[in-house]
Design a protein around this ligand. Structure first.
Ligand code: SF4
Length: 382
């Protein structure tokens, strides 16, 4: 049987959901990446009423409701619209693919630019390049989103200037608050004119950026660890999966900011919450394991993932990260991981070292017991 997954070529939204093994996946592009406590409680209640009560935190900082009955999708959208969580139309939703640093402060450049980009998406002033084309608004003192997927970025240079950057380019263009969004529209228009769906593809094909992209970017920070920050408390959920009860409990602690790291920042919190369903210890070994929903939740999955991840977590060799993928598509980790297990059939996994889920395997057809034994031997090896 072929390992090749079906590539759909588009990302789901709320207005254009995707059918999966457990019903519709409704992906909410939460405005500003921030849920007020009332919105969080409301979404949790809707997930129980219309779906299976489970959420995914996506690697684009979106919140996915799962298990939605297609016949009730319209009712869900009406209820979400009443919570100010739905765009004016599908075209606006597709364009408003914004990822925002969770460390923004009210009135700063990130806050200001996100609001302007949001307005430009609603009016369709942002070009419709592709459903995967997105923006990272990351204008704090040093970028934190450089490892996360985006095509156009707002960052700060080492000398403090606000830069507009294209993914794949080492130089950015200095912009001001007043010119930033118009310049971003011009850059997105340029990508589309190259017959490309992603900025990095256009550059890799040899296209030259328009004039003005001549200012050095600075290296970003690595993904933040769990803990307390001036803007709040950063906590995680195993595999980025959260249930409605946890979301409701988090809503009692403050507004919630979504991140692309399968973490949530509780705005204004000055201590870490004590909720058993959350990870608050940066040394928790579950943070070294990523796994997509796998079978039976995903129709494309060849095997189970998250149960196996919990079983294996204690045997993953120290200092290494493990990715378990229900098929070769590798949704949970698009980049290479130290160890990847790709399901090929029920209780059968290929092991790939330092590669993606679709790379050539180092070992084929391992059972869960054989994998655990292999990891233990690797850990014991001198
Ligand atoms: S990687 Fe996982 S979530 Fe993605 S299509 Fe395959 S089984 Fe489904």
């Amino acid at each position: 049987m072929s390992r090749a997954p079906v590539i759909k070529g588009w990302c789901p939204g709320a207005l254009r959901p995707m059918l999966s093994g457990d019903g519709l996946v409704v992906r909410l592009r939460v405005p500003q990446g921030r849920l007020t406590p009332a919105q969080a409680r409301g979404v949790a209640e809707l997930a129980l009423r219309y779906g299976n009560g489970m959420f995914d935190l996506s690697n684009r900082a979106n919140l996915q409701l799962r298990g939605i009955d297609p016949a009730r999708h319209e009712g869900l959208i009406d209820a979400l619209r009443a919570q100010a969580l739905i765009d004016v139309d599908e075209g606006a939703e597709r364009r408003r693919n914004l990822m925002v640093t969770p460390f923004w402060q009210a009135g700063d450049d990130t806050d200001h630019l996100t609001q302007q980009l949001t307005a430009a998406a609603q009016s369709h002033a942002l070009p419709d390049v592709s459903s995967k084309f997105g923006y990272a608004v990351d204008a704090g003192p040093q970028p934190v989103l450089q490892a996360d997927p985006a095509d156009i970025r707002f960052e700060r240079a080492a000398d403090g200037q606000l830069l507009l950057c294209a993914e794949g380019a080492t130089l950015g263009k200095p912009v001001s608050r007043d010119t930033a969004v118009a310049e971003a529209i011009a850059l997105a228009t340029w990508v589309r004119a190259q017959d490309a769906t992603r900025a990095a593809h256009a550059l890799a094909a040899g296209a030259t950026l328009p004039s003005g992209f001549n200012h050095p970017r600075q290296s970003g920070l690595s993904t933040p660890t769990l803990g307390l920050y001036p803007t709040g408390a950063l906590v995680a959920c195993a595999f980025g999966q959260m249930d409605a009860e946890t979301l409701t409990a988090l809503a009692d602690l403050g507004p919630l900011r979504l991140t692309p790291w399968r973490m949530v920042l509780i705005e204004g919190a000055t201590e870490l919450p004590d909720l058993p369903s959350l990870i608050t210890d940066a040394a928790d070994p579950l943070l070294r394991v990523v796994a997509c929903i796998g079978a039976p939740g995903c129709a494309q999955a060849r095997g189970e993932t998250r149960g196996l991840a919990r079983d294996l977590v204690a045997s993953v060799p120290q200092g290494q990260c493990l990715h378990i993928s229900g098929c070769a598509k590798g949704c949970a980790a698009p980049l290479a991981t130290d160890l990847t297990l790709t399901a090929t059939a029920r209780d059968q996994y290929d092991l790939i070292r330092n590669g993606r889920a679709d790379a050539a395997p180092d070992l084929r057809g391992l059972t869960p017991a054989a994998i655990a034994s292999h990891f233990r031997k690797s850990a014991d090896a001198p």
